[in-house]
Design a protein around this ligand. Structure first.
Ligand code: ZN
Length: 133
């Protein structure tokens, strides 16, 4: 899913959360939108380059196997889940992450059905990924 789509879909939940949590509701945006910053981090590691425009196109077109998107791993999820009991900020980030990944999975299913899928290009566990490398 494109970053702008994640951002646009995040606006309605943030508007719903705002009357309750005020500016803290922007924590939802961290989970629902900024979580994809790990794509950029992976680009920096792989290409040794910081150009965000090149990173965007590389991430869109790359079918590289076993990509490490650290914020999409089960270990990071467990960490955020546990932190969500500590402070409402982390809870809102975690809820945003769930929201984000629902759209990521819908996108996977759509791409697989349309034949342009890249399912399996992302590692889902950091520990298992580390053992492979
Ligand atoms: Zn994502």
């Amino acid at each position: 899913m494109f970053p702008i789509t994640h951002f646009l879909f995040s606006i309605i939940p943030i508007m719903l959360l705002f009357p309750i949590y005020k500016y803290l509701s922007l924590a939802f945006l961290i989970g629902s939108y900024l979580i994809d910053f790990d794509h950029y981090l992976w680009y920096i590691i792989c290409k040794k380059d910081f150009n965000p425009k090149k990173a965007y196109w590389w991430c869109r077109e790359s079918r590289q196997k076993d990509q490490m998107h650290i914020f999409h791993t089960i270990e990071f999820w467990v960490l955020m889940f546990l932190l969500s009991f500590v402070h409402i900020f982390f809870k809102l980030v975690f809820i945003g992450m769930i929201f984000h990944l629902i759209f990521d999975f819908i996108d996977y299913i759509y791409e697989e059905e349309s034949g342009k899928g890249h399912k399996g290009t992302r590692a889902f566990s950091f520990i298992i990924w580390l053992r492979r490398h």
